[in-house]
Design a protein around this ligand. Sequence first.
Ligand code: FEO
Length: 183
Amino acid sequence: MNTNRLSMIMEKALSNQMNKEIHASHIFLSYGIWADDKGYQGIANFLYRHAQEERNHSIKFMEYILNRGGKPKVEAIPAPPNDPESLTDCFDGVFKHEVDNTTAIYKIVDLSLEEKDWATWNFMQWFVQEQIEEETLAQNLIDKLKIAGGDRATDESLFTLDKTLSEAPNEVPLAQEATGYNP
Ligand code: FEO
């Protein structure tokens, strides 16, 4: 008896996303190594933690496919892009990769709607929310660097930024949690 509750197209789309999350993990790992090598230990730690978060996302897709009776397939992961040329380039890259990932997540949501696969639609809502968080996090990185002076930041302000990011959480409060007391 066929116990696979996913269509073949959906199983493939979710499996591709499992691999895409690992690709994202490798990109942030490579950015972290770049930052570490440049002496930005705090920024590197932040990126390493983020890489781990992407790996966790991949595992969520893996578990979901298996739980629905499907079988994910681990594919060859493309090499990460070249090292960033500056901190601005690095943080812009983080934002761009998050937006790319959001686009991929939305495509799966579209497919679930098309197929009336409500279980997958429901599962994907966690990722829709997570992407809001991750895009905001990336925007915050860009803003913090801008305030520090961008590519013309002084060593002192970069030292402070690096220190801040070494302790910064990899999560941001969501707009839907804000109140007048806690904007
Ligand atoms: Fe797994 Fe950054 O999205």
